[in-house]
Design a protein around this ligand. Structure first.
Ligand SMILES: Cc1ncc(COP(=O)(O)O)c(C=O)c1O
Length: 479
């Protein structure tokens, strides 16, 4: 039960009050409250720059908060149901790194969902921990990989009961959740802290129409990108802790290492405002938003060229494209009409409905009709099966991070790389999940899958599959 007044926005108010007092600047930042700025951009930046302040008297310090930042974090903790909330100015990326660094050290085992965001792999590498990866299952109802099942988690716990933490992602990018309550209970039976990347679920506490948040379900530490589903500035995120299984002082220690010593006040103020916005959404507001999302969904569903998939999060509208077309082709056609979806995969396009009623129904309707006309007589292509990416339920790297750190890297043609150990992750974009991990042995299966993805127009960060891939310079093993 919330005790605080969630209308309050102490951080934003203090910045505004300071800016309104016409202060004379003899300090950084160099734009001097907006006085000095390139003329051509003044129109857009002008009103925000007076709030782009620094750790002046009365404006607190993110790395040692005891004033307005502390108050704003306490209000957030109360709303989200945390013991403590840390404001992040480096996105969920910084939060994921801090959660991992503060719970595991070199050689410690950590159980990790295999289809995680790259920040989680980077966190593992920074710690030198020993990850036990859980493969996700292919969910036919949404035609993609979602989360690992509870059986895989039981198996991991049986084999690795000494793991120091588990790192899960909930919901997925498309708003799909899983039985988090049971899973948290299971890990807590082993007294293992549950860390959750809830980058896409910051709005969950606002309404029972949304899934339960991981924090409400008992997770120990949760990261949320406020800038994804709430109206916060890009890079604004929260890291919440809830139980004594997590050390807040360790989290704090790592956050001050990972984040800038000059954190952006506009981003922090937007975190304060976004929390207040979420907390004050009324039942009436929410009914209008949900009705609007329903209408957008119905409008999109009026095409013969895709189906709309059901999602646990009603604000995530996913098109499953048909007739052998790729998600990218459909996304490109929408973009040509000035409508920008969040992402496309080889068979899906994700639209995100914001936390206010949509207001361009005619534009959307015309675009759907226009795209239908453009697609008439388009020849069908075969869709390549991609439901066989992960062959093992549990998987460990073939090289530990400490060894990788000491080895030299060389290049081999990707098509002939089977048997080598990858020195870089291969990640199709979007959705940004690594298919080959750094430290994983490349197999013929990987090569076949990536060729199939390539044919469908999927883009890989850092890799041209007709070119070379970075591998570790050690003896190759036949695979
Ligand atoms: C599941 C997930 N976790 C973490 C992140 C990183 O979030 P941020 O952009 O806030 O750093 C993303 C970004 O897309 C994501 O999809």
């Amino acid at each position: 039960m919330m005790n605080s007044n969630q209308k309050k926005t102490p951080l934003y108010d203090a910045l505004k009050q300071f800016a309104d007092s016409s202060p004379v600047s003899f300090h950084v930042p160099g734009h001097e409250n907006g006085r000095i700025f390139p003329d051509q951009a003044r129109e857009h930046f002008g009103s925000l720059l007076p709030l782009d302040l620094t750790e002046l008297s009365g404006l607190d310090d993110l790395h040692a908060p005891n004033g307005m930042i502390n108050k704003a974090q306490e209000l957030a903790a109360d709303f989200f149901g945390a013991n403590h909330t840390h404001f992040l100015v480096g996105g969920s990326t910084a939060g994921n790194l801090a959660m991992i660094l503060s719970t595991v050290s070199a050689g410690d085992k950590i159980i990790v969902q295999r289809n995680s965001h790259k920040s989680i792999f980077n966190g593992l590498e920074l710690t030198g921990a020993r990850p036990i990866f859980l493969s996700p299952v292919f969910d036919d109802s949404v035609n993609r990989y979602t989360a690992p099942d509870i059986e895989t988690m039981r198996k991991a716990l049986k084999q690795h009961p000494e793991a120091k933490a588990v790192m899960l992602t909930y919901p997925d990018y498309f708003g799909k959740t899983f039985e988090m309550r049971e899973i948290i209970k299971l890990f807590h039976e082993y007294d293992i802290p549950v860390l959750v990347d809830e980058a896409h679920g910051v709005h969950f506490p606002s309404s029972s129409a949304f899934p339960d948040s991981a924090l409400a379900l008992g997770a120990d530490a949760v990261v949320q990108s406020a800038h994804k589903m709430a109206p916060a500035m890009t890079m604004g995120a929260y890291l919440h802790t809830r139980t004594g299984r997590i050390s807040d002082s360790r989290i704090h220690h790592y956050l001050q290492m990972l984040q800038s010593s000059s954190p952006s006040y506009p981003i922090m103020a937007s975190l304060d405002l976004a929390r207040s916005f979420l907390a004050n959404l009324t039942a009436h507001n929410l009914a209008l938003i949900l009705e609007s999302a329903h209408q957008v969904s119905n409008m999109l569903d009026s095409s013969d060229y895709w189906d709309v998939l059901w999602a646990d999060d009603p604000l995530k509208i996913t098109l499953q494209v048909k007739h052998g077309m790729t998600g990218k082709k459909i996304a490109d056609l929408f973009e040509a009409q000035g409508i920008y979806p969040e992402l496309s995969t080889h068979t899906q396009v994700l639209f995100i409905h914001g936390l206010a009623p949509f207001d361009k129904f005619n534009h959307l309707k015309n675009a759907v009709g226009h795209i239908g006309t453009q697609l008439k007589n388009t020849p069908n292509h075969d869709i390549i099966n991609t439901n066989n990416l992960f062959t093992e339920r549990l998987m460990e790297l073939d090289l530990d991070y400490t060894t990788m750190h000491k080895l030299s890297v060389t290049q081999v043609p990707f098509q002939q790389s089977a048997g080598y150990i990858a020195a870089e992750a291969v990640t199709p974009y979007p959705p940004g999940i690594p298919l080959i991990l750094k430290g994983e042995r490349i197999t013929r299966h990987h090569i076949r899958i990536l060729e199939a993805f390539h044919q469908q127009g999927v883009h890989f960060q850092h890799l041209d599959i007709n070119n070379e891939i970075n591998v570790f310079q050690i003896r190759r093993c036949s695979k």
